[in-house]
Design a protein around this ligand. Structure first.
Ligand SMILES: NC(=O)c1ccc[n+]([C@@H]2O[C@H](COP(=O)([O-])OP(=O)(O)OC[C@H]3O[C@@H](n4cnc5c(N)ncnc54)[C@H](OP(=O)(O)O)[C@@H]3O)[C@@H](O)[C@H]2O)c1
Length: 275
């Protein structure tokens, strides 16, 4: 059943982390569709810029940190108070990391915890507080995962763990609420040109401020947002986005040993992590 057929243009969506990258593109997309949009971020400057640049429509931007449970409760309550309910939740807010466990020593523990707190606990809090409202609307809960949710990636141990956890949580929840008419799904973008590699934490827990990848060749956040919106509309189980992503998921499922070698060759040169 198409969601767009069951929801009017006054449907309400909560998108976490909508002040940059994929989340920002999703905010624009749903405002253009005429939906009520609630989003959040931590950086006041980015919040201001989003409010200034967004297309006309019902937009509410909240300063909230998804790794703080109280912030998530406040965010959901605010959305419901403003627009009378909630039809779709997209757990999008996330950060990445780049660092080897062996080189990071005990510092890496803090990095992994921080990534888990945002990428997994953030989704746990928002989903839990939003669930009664989504049950009422027979709506959709989405997790923005990654190819790293299917295949652990070197230098991204905490990131991979957070996305595996997210997918496990959502897959279990999907079956718990299936009789209620709620649809639970996740989407797995490939490499998207965004701020994520610049804000990624290094093995000491500092923002890297640089990317080792060719950002020009990547899918744009707008293309990614369009694929997510289509997946939500069609109530897909999952959306794996790029050809490289689909190939990785397939190879890892059926030939994990070969996938280990290919992943090693992609990320390492002469024993050094280069991506
Ligand atoms: N870009 C890719 O290649 C790629 C690939 C696969 C999956 N993804 C996933 O896509 C999602 C979005 O990533 P992106 O590439 O769009 O990253 P991005 O450009 O860095 O944007 C991340 C957004 O999340 C917000 N955010 C980060 N931490 C937050 C927190 N604790 N509380 C609230 N908001 C927070 C950021 O705002 P503030 O910093 O101001 O809070 C920003 O609005 C993530 O879950 C990421 O894992 C990205």
């Amino acid at each position: 059943m198409s969601l767009m057929n069951t929801l009017s243009s006054s449907s309400t969506i909560l998108i976490t982390g909508g002040t940059d990258g994929i989340g920002r593109a999703l905010v624009f997309k749903y405002l253009q569709l005429g939906w009520n949009v609630v989003t959040c971020g931590r950086n006041p400057q980015k919040i201001l810029e989003l409010e200034q640049d967004a297309p006309k429509g019902n937009l509410c931007v909240v300063n909230a940190d998804v790794s703080v449970e109280k912030d998530c409760e406040r965010l959901v309550n605010h959305a419901v108070k403003m627009f009378g309910g909630m039809d779709v939740l997209i757990n999008n807010a996330g950060i990445s990391m780049r660092g080897l466990v062996e080189e990071g020593g005990k510092e890496i523990i803090g990095v992994v915890k921080k990534v888990m707190d945002i990428n997994f606990n953030g989704a746990l809090y928002c989903t839990t507080y939003a669930l009664p409202h989504i049950v009422r609307s027979k709506g959709v809960i989405v997790g923005v995962s990654s190819i790293a949710g299917y295949r652990g990636l070197p230098g991204r141990t905490g990131y991979s763990a957070s996305k595996f956890a997210l997918q496990g949580f959502l897959e279990a929840l999907k079956v718990e609420v299936v009789d209620k008419g709620v649809h639970v799904m996740w989407v797995s973008p490939g490499f998207i040109a965004s701020n994520i590699r610049f804000s990624a934490l290094d093995q000491g827990g500092n923002q890297r401020g640089a990317s080792t990848m060719d950002e020009q060749k990547m899918m744009t956040p707008e293309q990614c947002a369009a694929l997510i919106a289509k997946g939500v509309e069609d109530r897909k189980r999952t959306v794996v986005m790029s050809f490289q992503g689909k190939q990785t998921v397939f190879l890892n499922k059926f030939f994990p040993g070969l996938a280990d070698k290919l992943v090693r060759a992609f990320y390492f040169k002469e024993g050094k992590l280069v991506k």
